[in-house]
Structures are given as C-alpha cells and as structure tokens.
Design a protein. Structure first.
Length: 82
C-alpha cells in the first residue's frame, strides 16, 4: 500500500487516521524512520523491536548460548578475566 503524506515547511507530517488506527497509534506514539538504499521505511516501536530481534537472530542462530544482555556481559567478563 502506498499513501501520500505531505510534509509541512516545518517538517511535520500527518499519518491518516485509518493508518494510525491499524498501526495501533490512534492515541499517538513513536515511529522510527530508517533510511535505506531504496527509500525510507517507517516502523512502529513494536515493529522496530521485532525487526531488531530478527537481525539479532540471524547473528545468533548457530550459537547454543542465550542471546541476551546477561549472556553477553558474562561472556565479556570471561574474556577479560574478571
């Protein structure tokens, strides 16, 4: 789906109400813009988290340990001799 959104001279843009409702943003909220080679991708916070998890999973799928902050810190402590 392609929707035209106009940007004001002050840099503001409005998402149509039906789109905000479908995205769970009817009461407002944060969105994240990612600049890519093909253009700009807009994601809700939940979509951005899911995207980040998918990327992390690609880098950890062959590992047996848990991909968590705690596991990372434990690994770094072991490597540094702490």
């Amino acid at each position: 789906m392609t929707i035209q959104v106009n940007i004001t001279p002050t840099g503001r843009m409005s998402l149509p109400a039906d789109l905000r409702k479908r995205l769970g943003l009817s009461d407002g909220g944060a969105v994240f813009l990612e600049e890519t080679a093909d253009g700009v991708v807009l994601r809700t916070a939940a979509q951005a988290v899911a995207h980040a998890r998918a990327i992390a999973k690609r880098y950890t799928q062959d590992r047996n340990d848990e991909a968590s902050v705690a596991a990372f810190i434990a690994h770094r402590k072991t490597e540094s001799g702490e």
